[in-house]
Design a protein around this ligand. Structure first.
Ligand SMILES: [Zn+2]
Ligand SMILES: [Zn+2]
Length: 269
């Protein structure tokens, strides 16, 4: 597949979901924002531009390219087994989701990886833009892990493209500051990580941000006992962010980029 088509599909899907969730946030917000959009959105968008430039420049082929390479050469476990495409795609999708879950747990447990990932958690509010806020080095490491898994397993191109589109979409969806009826959250939570489920992961409390690691499917959290249904203080009362980097100055793009290499020190005036 042409990489411009792949990029166009991913970007337009992300733009539509972003616009829909942003509108929902305005119409039916879940929580009052503490800092608000004006101070956070320019940096949260700025980091997306940095991430896109870095990943595209350093790894132009990205995940779909790796899948094309694997299928063209018959590499990987799935290709060796000669499974039907629908079964191979389903296994590939589930495997990628499990890897993303495991990688998220590892980014919380290994101190130097946590330094990269904690920037995502240092956002003082959680809304649709937080779903885009990842340090470029985390994006880079995550992409390399994904490429390794795609080649090792020989995951079909269609599963990889679908996974990339779905992962972008669910990240925007489950970071949104949207209110939805309790029954809808309950039904969706059976097969999808909902905003109320992921918000627990952005709690300032350690035991809460070390739970609900899933991005797409909630099943891994149930299976590996990292699931937590609700925040202790309730959704309206919980504090978002980390105990460190609470100065609103830390929401600047330059501060986001340097957070992994700094301990919490007040910025120079
Ligand atoms: Zn996390
Ligand atoms: Zn998050």
């Amino acid at each position: 597949m042409d990489s411009t088509i792949e990029l166009a599909v991913r970007l337009s899907a992300a733009a539509v979901i972003f616009a829909a969730m942003a509108l929902w946030e305005v119409l039916r917000p879940k929580r009052a924002l503490t800092v608000g959009r004006a101070r956070r959105w320019p940096s949260n968008f700025g980091i997306v531009v940095v991430d896109a430039l870095l990943v595209r420049l350093l790894i132009p082929t990205a995940a779909v390219g790796a899948a094309l390479l694997a299928s063209g050469n018959g590499w990987g476990l799935i290709n060796l087994l000669g499974l039907r495409l629908s079964i191979a795609a389903l296994i590939g999708f589930l495997a990628l989701d499990l890897v993303i879950y495991a990688q998220h747990v590892i980014f919380h447990k290994v101190p130097w990886l946590w330094r990269l990932h904690r920037m995502h958690h240092a956002d003082l509010d959680i809304d649709v833009s937080t779903g885009l806020r990842f340090h470029p080095f985390e994006i880079l490491i995550s992409m390399l892990i994904k490429i390794g898994v795609i080649i090792a397993l020989g995951i079909p191109v269609v599963a990889v493209l679908l996974f990339e589109v779905v992962l972008n979409a669910t990240s925007l969806f489950n970071h949104s500051n949207v209110a939805m009826p309790a029954w809808l959250d309950r039904v969706l939570r059976l097969f999808l990580v909902t905003p109320d489920m992921h918000r627990v992961h952005h709690s300032v409390l350690g035991q809460e941000h070390n739970s609900n690691f899933g991005f797409n499917l909630p099943w891994w959290d149930w299976l590996f006992r990292t699931y937590r249904a609700e925040p202790q203080a309730g959704h309206a009362g919980m504090t978002i962010g980390l105990p460190i980097f609470r100065d609103p100055q830390e929401l600047r793009l330059d501060r986001l980029l340097t957070q992994p290499f700094r301990d919490d020190r007040p910025p120079k005036p």
